[in-house]
Ligand binder design. Sequence first.
Ligand code: SF4
Ligand code: SF4
Length: 99
Amino acid sequence: MATVTRMRTRKDVIDAARAATRTYAGKTVTIQINEAWCKGCAICVEFCPKSIIVMNRRDKPEVTEIDVCTKCMKCEQLCPDFAIVVLAEPGKPKARESR
Ligand code: SF4
Ligand code: SF4
């Protein structure tokens, strides 16, 4: 049986983006890297605006100065393998937070 999914409007998308920004604005974040999924392409390293992600000796990324992170989300959004995730609080992903 087919499932009908409501199309998201432009307003829905903007509201979701604003809610996500508010969620991260004042929070401490942690960055979780799933080394099993990471292929070591270094895209996250290249695009981090603060240059706080470096490749280690095993060719896996590491975050050096989490306090400097601007929570721009580029590392998470550009990783082709979904191997890096920015968490609003340790162990608590943004998607599970109440709005
Ligand atoms: S969220 Fe932005 S600033 Fe923070 S580590 Fe990722 S790319 Fe760098
Ligand atoms: S962008 Fe993703 S796959 Fe590439 S090095 Fe970073 S975490 Fe690994």
